[in-house]
Each structure stands twice: as structure tokens, then as C-alpha cells.
Design a binder for this molecule. Structure first.
Ligand SMILES: [Zn+2]
Ligand SMILES: [Zn+2]
Length: 455
């Protein structure tokens, strides 16, 4: 006797991310796996009628800062994200096994992989307090030891946020890159820009990839190179790829970036050197949310509320679109942990906006191309088995959405709610469990797993 299916998604347009086509098919799920993809209508304990809906593999967010944050996990799931890669920009847990065990014990709505981070976390642990100072040989050895342990405990790579440790030496970066390369893990780099138009920040990392063979992922590319030098930056990456380096890039759908006011990025010297203006800085969190800075408010928040986030408004337009059209570019949120009502619209809007703007409104990518970039390309880059495709035997991580209705509603905090959930994401399934059901987030569901890298 055939064992009954737990769930069937009938009559949807099922995306084939490999062949980049869509077909009217029915998807059957048992436990945490896809067990049938067929033209034959399926019976199951629960049947979802997906007529008129797109059935995609769940989205993989290659650049996030969720790191187990509960509300962030909810906002990610509501965007259709089923796997999030955290610990980016050099900020992460150090004790990876403890982090993984805590996630497994408490449960989480979506799957998580995690980097160990250099620029805040490993440096702090090695006793480096000043971001403008390079690590000593002893401190490098200490970071190597901690990073090696984290990689052995399953971290997916070592992340860098070099704007946050402008003093980091090439020796220090190279030593950690070599560890990543030896384990064939990905190295994401938020590059170090001394001025706004600094392309040396790219070439210094390329030289490290050449020396070590490490696989690179340039983080939130448009936040680094959006301002007038995007084409030159992309050309440099293109040439390096042609020369055989393994490089990908990620980008969100916004050009205005956000970070903590206490970081080196918002040091007065940095502001001065980069010709940044206080009136382009918008408070994203805390008591002054939505306000633009002047020097007085800047000084007050930096002294009294150093952990608040500030959005830097660039007044750019098409840069994110240009970046994400590259065949080796993937969409990412850069989303972090915020309280309800606070933050940057990337935390709730990125993936729906990516599909709505680039496919439906502007026709810059086909739907199949866009969904491949959000699923199969990251699954391959990160060598995550069982993800990125809808095939028998693959993980039951699925996002079912209404292409015509799909819309992001998140806005900058001076306009309304940056955490407004999108419309049109109807069902999100993680390991066979619906964390979004008929467009409603299911608070009780915590099916997400940790992805440990044990090779
Ligand atoms: Zn960053
Ligand atoms: Zn980041």
C-alpha cells in the first residue's frame, strides 16, 4: 500500500531552476522531502490549490545578519526566504557549536548557515580594540586558531567587514583566507573603502584570492560601489573571473545602506574623507527614528545610543538593477535584528521587490532567471545539498506566490513601516512545514535547521 502524502501542491506553475522553464505540475511532499513532481493530480492529508500561483524552490538569502533573531526570522520567512546565511560583515558568534545547539534547542522558522566573522568578532576576541590598528603576529595566530575551530564546528566560511576594521593588514586577511580556501568554504567580503570611489578596495581582495585560491563573494556590492564607479567595479570583477578566479557578488534592491552609528563607517574622519552629509543620514532605530541628522543629533546619538542604526541616503536609482542583472550576482537582504516598526526596508521587502521590479515591471530578467538567482545559484555556490530545485528527493523548501499581486510594502522609516510585510507570498514551506500559510505567518512553526559544514 502506498503511504499517503503529507501535503500536495496541485495545479501550480512549477519552476525548473535548472532548465529555466515553468510547467503546470503537481508537487507531493512526505516528511521533509519532495517525493513527487508529476502531471498527475495528487491526493494528500492537506492539498493546496496553487492554481494561478508560481511554485518556486524557497529563496536562499546569501547575506544576512539574523543570527537567530526571532523577529528577523519571521520577516525573512514572510519574504519567501527558507535559508539564511548569517554572520556576515565580520560580525558573528565565535563559539559556533554553541550557536548551532542553541538554534536547535530553541527552534527557528527557517534554515540557517553561519559564517565566523573577522572584523568585529575574531578581532575583538584576539584583543584588538582599535579598528585602525593591524593585528600583531600573535593576534593573527589567535584569530586563525579560533576561526579554524569555528570552521571545524561547521561555519560556512569566514566573513569580513573591512570598513569596520580599516586597519586590518593584508597578512591578517590572507591568513584567514587561506583557512577558508583549505576547507573550500566561501569568503564574503564587505570591502574597505577609504574614499567613495576606491577601487583599490576590490583589487586588494582579488590579490588575496590569487594568492590563496579562496572563493570570493563580494557583499552588498551596490552599497560599496553604487556611487558612480559601479561599471568600473563590475569590469574589474569580470576580468578577474575571466582570469579564472571564483567570484560571485550579492546585492539588495536598495542603494541606501544602514549600519550602527558606533562603527568606523560613521567616524567623523570617515564622514569627512568621503564627503558624506549629515542631512543624508536617517535614523533607522530608537527614539529618533525617521529623523535626519545634523551635527548635534549625530553627536548625541553616537554618544548616548551607539547601537542605533543609521541609513545613509545616496540618491541613486538604477544601480541595484544593473548589479543584479550580472549572471553571477545574487539577491540578498543584509537584514539584521530590529524591533518591530524599526529598521531598513530591506528587512521585509527585498525578495518581493526583486521579482516585482526586475521581472514584472521592468522585464530585466525572466521570472525563471530571477528565481534561479535566488535559489539554485546560491545552493550551488554554498554547496547546500538538496536545495535550489524542485525535484523528487530534494528538500521540501518551497515558496508559492502570486506573481501578479506580489508587492513589497516596506518603506524607509520617515515614510512608514520598514518592516511592513509584502503581499502575494501565499505559502512558504520549510522542511515540509508551512511557516506561511495562506499569506499568514505561523508563529508556532520552528522547522528550520542549522546547516553545518563538516567536509
Ligand atoms: Zn556589510
Ligand atoms: Zn551585512
Amino acid at each position: 500500500m502506498r503511504v499517503e502524502l503529507d501535503l500536495a501542491i496541485n495545479d501550480g506553475s512549477v519552476i525548473d531552476t535548472e532548465k529555466r522553464r515553468r510547467r503546470p505540475l503537481n508537487v507531493g511532499i512526505r516528511g521533509d522531502k519532495i517525493v513527487a513532481v508529476t502531471a498527475q493530480k495528487l491526493k494528500a492529508k492537506r492539498v493546496i490549490d496553487a492554481c494561478g500561483l508560481i511554485v518556486s524552490p524557497g529563496f536562499i538569502d546569501v547575506h544576512a545578519h539574523l543570527d537567530g533573531d526571532a523577529y528577523g526570522g519571521e520577516l525573512a520567512a514572510c519574504q519567501g526566504i527558507t535559508t539564511s546565511i548569517g554572520g556576515n560583515c565580520g560580525l558573528s558568534p565565535i563559539e559556533m557549536e554553541d550557536f548551532f545547539q542553541a538554534q536547535e534547542r530553541d527552534g527557528y522558522p527557517i534554515h540557517q548557515a553561519e559564517y565566523v566573522g573577522h572584523s568585529f568578532s575574531l578581532r575583538r576576541e584576539a584583543g584588538l580594540k582599535n579598528p585602525y590598528v593591524p593585528a600583531s603576529p600573535e593576534q593573527i595566530a589567535r584569530m586563525e586558531c579560533l576561526a579554524q575551530k569555528a570552521l571545524e564546528e561547521g561555519a560556512c566560511g569566514i566573513s569580513f567587514g573591512l570598513d569596520y576594521s580599516p586597519g586590518a593588514s593584508l597578512e591578517e586577511i590572507r591568513a584567514l583566507a587561506a583557512l577558508c580556501a583549505a576547507k573550500d568554504r566561501v569568503m564574503p567580503v564587505h570591502t574597505r573603502l577609504f574614499t567613495r570611489y576606491d577601487l583599490d578596495s576590490l583589487t586588494e581582495i582579488l590579490s588575496i584570492a590569487r594568492d590563496t585560491g579562496v572563493r570570493l563573494l563580494f557583499s552588498h556590492f551596490v552599497y560599496q560601489y553604487g556611487e558612480g564607479d559601479l561599471d568600473s567595479a563590475l569590469e574589474i570583477v569580470d576580468k578577474a573571473r575571466d582570469a579564472g578566479l571564483d567570484i560571485h557578488i550579492d546585492s539588495g534592491m536598495y542603494t541606501d545602506w544602514a549600519t550602527y552609528i558606533h562603527t568606523a563607517t560613521y567616524d567623523l574622519q570617515t564622514i569627512h574623507d568621503n564627503g558624506m552629509h549629515f542631512h543624508d543620514m536617517m535614523v533607522a532605530t530608537g527614539p529618533y527614528i525617521g529623523q535626519r541628522l545634523d551635527f548635534e543629533l549625530y553627536a548625541k546619538i553616537r554618544n548616548e545610543y551607539p547601537d542605533e542604526s543609521i541609513i545613509y541616503c545616496n540618491h541613486l536609482k538604477d544601480e541595484a538593477h544593473r548589479t543584479l542583472r550580472c549572471p553571477y550576482a545574487m539577491p540578498s537582504t543584509d537584514m539584521g535584528a530590529y524591533s518591530p516598526g524599526e529598521g531598513h526596508p530591506q528587512i521585509a521587502g527585498t525578495f518581493p521587490k526583486f521579482i516585482k521590479d526586475m521581472v514584472r515591471i521592468r522585464g530585466e530578467l525572466s521570472l525563471e532567471e530571477a528565481l534561479s538567482k535566488a535559489t539554485l545559484l546560491p545552493a550551488r555556490l554554498f554547496a547546500i545539498p538538496g536545495k535550489g530545485k524542485i525535484e523528487e528527493g530534494f528538500d521540501a523548501d518551497l515558496t508559492v506566490f502570486d506573481f501578479d499581486r506580489l508587492s513589497d510594502l516596506a518603506v524607509y522609516p520617515d515614510q512608514g513601516r520598514p518592516d511592513a510585510k509584502p503581499v502575494g507570498i501565499e505559502y512558504v514551506m520549510v522542511a515540509g512545514n508551512l511557516v506561511v500559510d495562506q499569506g499568514i505567518y505561523q508563529n508556532s512553526q520552528r522547522p528550520g535547521r542549522v546547516i553545518r559544514y563538516m567536509r
